[in-house]
Design a protein around this ligand. Structure first.
Ligand code: TYM
Length: 363
């Protein structure tokens, strides 16, 4: 007897954690009867090209976790609408970001890769959750404050309720874990709070999603002042060529106290040295640190070494991306397949949600 069925004596059928049955079914599909295959869900906005902050903060974990979890990864175009992008640019960005996700190593045969707007249940669930979310909770969101400052002429309601749609994205797939960078932690806290509220009001329905952080939860931008971000123009793009990257690195901040090549530097406070931490071998890092401290190695040479090491990662990604770009029908098929699987899972959740909140007929 399943755990859910066992609970039916104590709780009404309507209050059991039905999603565990779904998880068991997933495990059966995956050929394991020992342990339900837990779910992960994550998303990326199609606003400009992916950068190494996205790659290190999120995508590396997406690729790692797709082997262990039933994974749902979405290109969240509905979220991007909060910035009122040009329609054609948005359509292009959705494809480019999907290409970036796949070229980084997400395998569509393992993970469900889909475009958010292809699954209409996201907005339906977002409305249900909006009606459960106190205004005060959204008022506390620091990303809303940041974004409002960044686009003062377009402080729309979507920007304010953005974290509710994000919660819907996650709980629609009953996800247990969410691999994201540090900037999403507050949104995840709100998601957990919303899950607790929903479960309290309507009965145990969703698992509380936990954050999975990577080794690089907050990659700094080339300005060395704020996190790397598409909107701050301080990024190293994932598709950039080595020449393009070197051009940007030339102007990038280093140890602020090292004004001349003959000054001795402090690698620990140098933003460029922090990037070496992700792309450079330990032995070369030790060499660079010693050269910087003794002023034997100049910042330009240190940047050239970084550029070369970055290229070891970006080069193959760029090649895979070019190949995918040359086969648009293949990309369409991957996204159509992903949307179809995502819709099926989303509809299962919505049937339960509608029944629990009093919409339509009782399941
Ligand atoms: P977005 O598109 O800004 O970023 C996508 C992922 O990249 C991470 N990230 C970073 N990590 C480390 N250092 C950085 N400088 C850096 N910049 C970005 C982000 O933390 C994120 O994991 N609201 C989300 C998208 C979203 C989502 C979701 C995420 C919508 N629905 C559901 C998870 C689950 C966002 O704007 O990410």
């Amino acid at each position: 007897m399943s755990r859910c069925a066992a609970q039916k004596g104590a709780l009404s059928a309507n209050r059991c954690a039905w999603w565990r049955d779904g998880a068991l079914a997933t495990a059966a599909r995956a050929g394991s009867d020992a342990r339900p295959m837990a779910r992960i869900m994550s998303g990326v906005q199609p606003t400009g090209n992916l950068h190494i902050g996205n790659y290190l903060g999120a995508l590396v974990n997406w690729v790692r976790l797709q082997a262990e979890y039933d994974a749902f990864f979405s290109i969240v175009d509905l979220h991007a609408l909060t910035q009122r992008p040009d329609p054609e640019a948005l359509r292009r960005a959705v494809r480019e970001v999907a290409i970036g996700v796949l070229a980084s190593g997400v395998d569509p045969e393992r993970a469900t890769v889909f475009v958010q707007s292809h699954v209409p249940q996201h907005t339906e669930l977002a409305w249900v959750l909006t009606c459960l979310t106190p205004l005060g909770d959204l008022n506390r969101m620091t990303q809303f404050k940041d974004k409002s400052q960044h686009q003062p002429d377009n402080v729309n309601t979507g920007l304010f309720t953005y974290p509710v749609l994000q919660t819907a994205d996650i709980v629609l797939y009953r996800a247990d874990r969410v691999p994201v960078g540090e900037d999403q932690e507050q949104h995840l806290e709100l998601a957990r709070e919303t899950v607790r509220r929903f479960n309290h009001v309507y009965g145990e329905t969703f698992p509380e999603p936990q954050v999975v952080k990577s080794n690089a939860p907050r990659v700094m931008g080339l300005d060395g002042e704020s996190k790397m971000s598409k909107s701050r123009n301080n990024e190293i793009g994932l598709f950039e060529t080595a020449d393009e990257t070197m051009q940007k690195l030339r102007g990038a901040k280093t140890d602020p106290a090292r004004l001349r090549k003959t000054d001795k530097g402090t690698p620990e406070v140098c933003n460029i040295f922090s990037y070496h931490g992700f792309f450079t071998s330990e032995s070369q890092r030790a060499e660079i640190a010693a050269g910087c401290r003794s002023a034997q190695l100049g910042c330009v040479d240190c940047k050239k070494m970084l550029c070369q090491n970055l290229e070891q990662v970006k080069g193959p990604i760029r090649e895979r991306a070019a190949e995918l770009r040359s086969k648009p029908a293949e990309l369409d098929a991957i996204l159509a397949h992903g949307a179809s699987r995502a819709r099926a899972e989303a509809e299962k959740t919505m049937e339960m949600v509608r029944s629990r909140v009093g919409l339509g007929v009782r399941a």
